[in-house]
Design a protein around this ligand. Structure first.
Ligand code: FMN
Length: 316
């Protein structure tokens, strides 16, 4: 039953300040699942979402991995796109003019294959007008360290964040890898070295085999698992980071399909959420999730979405 004096969905305040940015609402689209924004014009209203995170940008263009590089799995998908992107220059000339006028907050996801590439890429993107904030993807193989991801060792990660922070004046979020046994240590390393926010989580390494052909279903054998299958893991990691008192806001990512999924992430401790794989199923899903969150709040007598953040009851 709707509580007395409860707000209507239109009266619910969805505004959030998180990680150095002000958003009209807490629903963003996740990197690599929403192109560079323009691809979704005519499919959804970009001004209705809180923000978008671009495909990951590297210093130079990349063509990505061999095909097949996507396959469906139970409640999810595996991808090994290989971080195909237009590079910093291509981004500035081909993509940014549209994004400057797109009517929502723009975070640019970026990465490198060495420390110097990360620093160079972050500094150049951070200096561009129309880039509201940066999200650093640290789920990339560190060639020098034998191919392990940059983001799996708290000391290496802390060092990387500190050096990037020194050259980036815009809000800097770090997108954590879930391929770790101690996500809290990684989160602390980011906060201690000047990050403004955390995006939790990136894809989980997995594989799939075609039993008949006996071949891997994607060319690189391993890929990143995303979609509803990973939501419980993502929620657990958001909650662990929040419970440990890491003092920067979290953007929750992983398997979000509807408003209640988003609310679960807020309750676990996320201030914003990002919608990924589900945009492939329904390009307008993020816009719908914004309305569903308002409706949820109204039905619970909540006038401000921020009341939900970290508000999970500690017992089942
Ligand atoms: C096809 C595809 C491409 C992606 N590309 C990137 C990327 O360039 N950079 C990044 O940080 N994350 C990337 N991701 C990870 C997503 O942003 C997100 O963290 C992940 O898919 C989990 O969310 P979901 O379950 O809602 O999809 C990609 C995911 C998919 C499915």
């Amino acid at each position: 039953m709707t509580p007395l004096n409860s707000p209507t969905a239109n009266q619910v305040s969805l505004r959030v300040d998180a990680g150095g940015l002000s958003f009209n609402n807490p629903v963003l689209t996740a990197s690599g699942t929403f192109g560079y924004g323009r691809e979704f014009v005519g499919l959804t209203d970009l001004r209705a979402i809180g923000g978008l995170v671009t495909k990951g940008i590297s210093p130079r263009p990349r063509f990505g991995n061999q095909r097949p590089r996507i396959c469906e799995t139970a409640s999810g998908m595996l991808n090994s796109i290989g971080l195909e992107n237009v590079g910093v220059e291509g981004f500035a000339t081909e993509k940014l003019p549209f994004l400057r006028a797109c009517g929502t907050k723009v975070l640019v996801n970026f990465f490198g294959t060495t420390f110097d590439e990360y620093i160079d890429c972050g500094a150049r993107l951070g200096a561009m007008d129309g880039v509201d904030g940066l999200e650093m993807n640290v789920s990339c193989p560190n060639i020098k360290a034998g191919g392990i991801e940059f983001g799996t060792d708290p000391r290496v990660l802390g060092d990387l964040v500190r050096q990037c922070r020194a050259v980036i004046r815009k809000p800097l979020w770090i997108k954590l890898t879930p391929n770790t046994s101690d996500v809290v240590a990684l989160a602390r390393a980011c906060a201690d070295n000047g990050a403004d926010g955390l995006s939790v989580i990136n894809t989980i390494t997995g594989m799939a085999i075609d039993a008949r052909t006996r071949r891997p279903k994607i060319a690189t054998i391993f890929g990143g698992l995303s979609g509803p299958a990973i939501k419980p893991i993502a929620l657990r990691m958001v909650f662990q980071i929040r419970r440990a008192g890491v003092p920067i806001p979290i953007s929750g990512i992983g398997g979000i399909q509807n408003g209640e999924d988003a609310v679960e992430f807020f309750l676990a401790g996320a201030s914003t959420v990002q919608v990924g794989t589900q945009s492939f199923v329904d390009p307008a899903v993020s816009e719908r999730i914004v309305s569903e969150v308002s409706q949820f709040c109204a039905s619970e007598g909540i006038s401000d979405v921020r009341e939900l953040v970290g508000a999970m009851h500690p017992t089942a």
